[in-house]
Design a protein around this ligand. Structure first.
Ligand code: ADP
Ligand code: MG
Length: 678
């Protein structure tokens, strides 16, 4: 049996089991072997009765002191017994296991292991298994897998199927060169696969995990290098410096920051250098990335070619379109817009203009990626908010031109080393400076009882001519969760601010055209307060807005909050961010206080790392990082670095050969190339 065989080939897997497995996206034997445990039940030593803890699975040894009793309810037979050791007495219950009555003998010593629950205020050992001393001590130290399941499939069945597959599958072959394994102290592939499912002890588990995490990270790095290599092979547009661009810079209402200048120079060097540019600009929210993009686009147009500016949301596309029109339209540059919500006719006309070269620049969403979008001479592709796009998407766009230059921009504040490794295929420019006219945002972390004060404060700001954002996390009312619904919230605010302010709302369920109208009104200053979901998280730039209030702030991650906060503090006026928690847990408050004490995205990223780093070790396995099954880019930062260094040792041909040997690996390469790169 091999990795690519259907799971039906495994002994004991019939049609029914196959259906269950399919529900978990397990089609081939390889999928099954990569269906890693989400956690482990660690088989630990005996615990004295006085030290038992509710909610845990624990083992005790004691003597049966009272005669066990059976109670019959309508559909349950409940056995109750009491076990005693030197430290106390513990109640035991079993449901529907009447046969146990014949096994349990008064005055006999037993080892039992099960979950500790609570009943009538007292700890109870629920549904324990009985062990002989011999059996028990053989198991101590082992870790039993707990698998992600689907209704109808038990953990026991899953364990059995995987066990069988492991023993029957011959295709678990080593694919990493021995030198890599040696350098990084990695166990063999087969052993790792076995041990991630059934580790004999913690040490084996850690080694198995290390090996498999390394594999994921190494393959990913290799994928990035393969993309890079393909790019380097292509011949490209060589641009020359243009005085028009410098004149444009002179005409801006502000002077470029040192960082903007430096990054533009780096881009210029790439564009005129004879190799395809593949550069990531990383700059904190509000550092002024758009202007840099505009300069690069203008240079491209002055060199007689076309540029594309791709963004993740229609709201942002419209905003960028408007500002490009504003800045470059007057200079005779023809800027077009391509988004999904245009009419079919508008789209068709737009595409014609791109193909004929009538448009110099197109701003748009994924719509630009469609097959039938063609350019006359595409030389530069810019993606804004890069972390929202996949490597593959960037690729598709670059295939529309003859090796166009690529510039990706991101505000995701991740540490520099991590960025280099994650975006291993790109050069990196860092914009580490905010425009000089900015005042640091003032922050506060408050409970909901502060809301009336917050509203009063907003009123003052509105009277001064400024605008306000309020973030509610969800659209629909949800009885289970205490979340303010946008619609309801907006109605309430309209009451409160009646005659004082115009309140509008924006949420993900709106049609794009509606969203655009709302944003236009807000951008034009016709609306004073915008109540929104996180749809405004990225990119939106209305410098006149000075207050950002985030309800239920504890529900957001630090990075998301930092992005949201970045919607204010974009002009000269003092801005404020009110982080309101609906639910004050200690961790929640600690997290929010990190934001309150700093406006520096890089600092926040480090703190985020520190907080997450304290998480339960096994928690790592569950972190839902979509890109990898096991690896966690923060927790495994060291291995990521190591994998990066290894991938660098091999050239493209070696890497292709490496993949070609194994179909599963080449599928994985595709997977990584297609996935979001962060
Ligand atoms: P981000 O890096 O978050 O994309 P933007 O490019 O949207 O930031 O810029 C934020 C705001 O700062 C915009 O209103 C922009 O006009 C303004 N801005 C950009 N560069 C400068 C500068 N050098 N001096 C002053 N304001 C600037
Ligand atoms: Mg931006």
């Amino acid at each position: 049996m091999n990795y690519n065989d259907s799971v039906r080939k495994i002994k004991g897997v019939g049609e029914k089991a196959e259906n269950y497995l399919h529900k978990l996206n397990i089609i081939q034997v390889g999928d099954l072997l990569e269906h890693y445990p989400r956690d482990y039940d660690e088989f630990k030593e005996l615990v004295p009765i006085s030290e038992l803890q509710e909610g845990k699975v624990m083992a005790v040894e004691g003597v049966l002191r009272r005669k066990p009793s059976v109670k019959n309810t309508s559909n349950l037979k409940i056995i109750t017994a009491f076990l005693e050791d030197e430290t106390g007495v513990l109640q035991i219950t079993w449901f529907n296991m009447p046969f146990l009555m014949n096994q349990l003998r008064l005055g006999t010593r037993y080892i039992m292991r099960g979950k500790i629950g609570r009943h009538n205020g007292k700890l109870v050992l629920e549904q324990p298994k009985l062990y002989s001393k011999n059996e028990f001590y053989k198991k101590v130290g082992k870790m039993l897998p707990i698998y992600p399941l689907t209704a109808g499939l038990t953990n026991h069945q899953m364990t059995k199927v995987i066990q069988t597959a492991l023993s029957e599958c011959e295709g678990i072959l080593e694919f990493l060169p021995q030198e890599i394994r040696k350098r990084n102290d990695l166990v063999g592939y087969k052993k790792a696969v076995q041990d991630i499912h059934f580790p004999k002890n913690r040490v084996d588990f850690i080694k198995a995990r290390k090996r498999l995490v390394f594999d994921e990270l190494f393959l990913y790095q290799a994928a990035l290098r393969a993309i890079r290599f393909q790019n380097d092979q292509k011949s490209c547009h060589v641009m020359i410096e243009k005085k028009e661009v410098e004149e444009f810079v002179e005409s801006l209402p502000f002077a470029l920051t040192g960082a903007q200048r430096r990054v533009y120079d780096e881009i210029l060097a790439d564009l005129s250098g004879g190799c395809v540019m593949n550069r990531l600009v990383q700059g904190d929210v509000g550092s002024g990335k758009t202007v840099v993009a505009v300069l690069a686009l203008y240079l491209t147009v002055c060199n007689g070619s076309q540029g594309a500016f791709m963004v993740p949301t229609e709201v942002l596309a419209l905003q960028h379109y408007a500002s490009l029109q504003n800045m470059l339209g007057v200079l005779g540059v023809r800027v077009g817009l391509l988004i999904g919500s245009l009419t079919a006719k508008q789209k068709r006309e737009g595409k014609e203009k791109l193909a004929s070269g009538e448009w110099d620049i197109v701003v748009g969403t994924h719509a630009i990626l469609q097959d039938n979008v063609e350019f006359q001479d595409l030389a530069l592709v810019i993606t804004d908010e890069q972390h929202r796009f996949g490597v593959r998407q960037r690729e598709v766009l670059s295939e529309k031109g003859e090796a166009p230059h690529i510039l990706a921009m991101s505000a995701t504040p991740i540490p520099r080393t991590l960025a280099l490794v994650l975006y291993g295929d790109m050069d990196l420019s860092v914009m580490d400076e905010l425009p000089a006219n900015r005042l640091p945002i003032k922050n506060c972390v408050v409970g909901t009882d502060y809301r009336p004060n917050a509203y009063r404060f907003m009123k003052e700001q509105i009277e001064k001519g400024h605008q306000v954002y309020i973030i509610c996390p969800m659209v629909e009312e949800n009885e289970d969760v205490e979340l303010e619904s946008v619609t309801l919230y907006t109605e309430q605010l309209r009451q409160i601010f009646r005659g004082m302010a115009v309140v509008d709302s924006l949420h993900g369920k709106m049609k794009p055209a509606q969203k655009n109208e709302v944003m236009e009104r807000f951008g034009a200053g016709e609306t004073n307060i915008l109540v929104s979901t996180t749809v405004i998280e990225v990119g939106i730039d209305v410098p006149n807005a000075t207050v950002m209030m985030i309800e239920n702030a504890e529900r957001f991650g630090l990075a998301g909050l930092h992005q949201l906060r970045g919607r204010v503090g974009r002009g000269e006026a003092q801005s404020y961010c009110i982080l309101m928690y609906g639910n004050d847990t200690k961790e929640g408050k600690e997290r929010l206080s990190i934001l309150a004490s700093s406006n520096d995205g890089f600092h926040i990223a480090r703190e985020d790392l520190r907080l997450r780093g304290q998480g339960d070790f096994f928690g790592v396995l569950q972190s839902g990082d979509k890109l990898f099954k096991l690896a966690d880019i923060y927790e495994d930062a060291k291995l990521l670095q190591a994998a990066n260094e290894e991938a660098k040792r091999y050239d493209f041909h070696e890497i292709s050969r490496f993949y070609a040997r194994n179909r599963r690996l080449s599928e994985k390469l595709e997977h990584y190339m297609g996935k979001v790169s962060l």
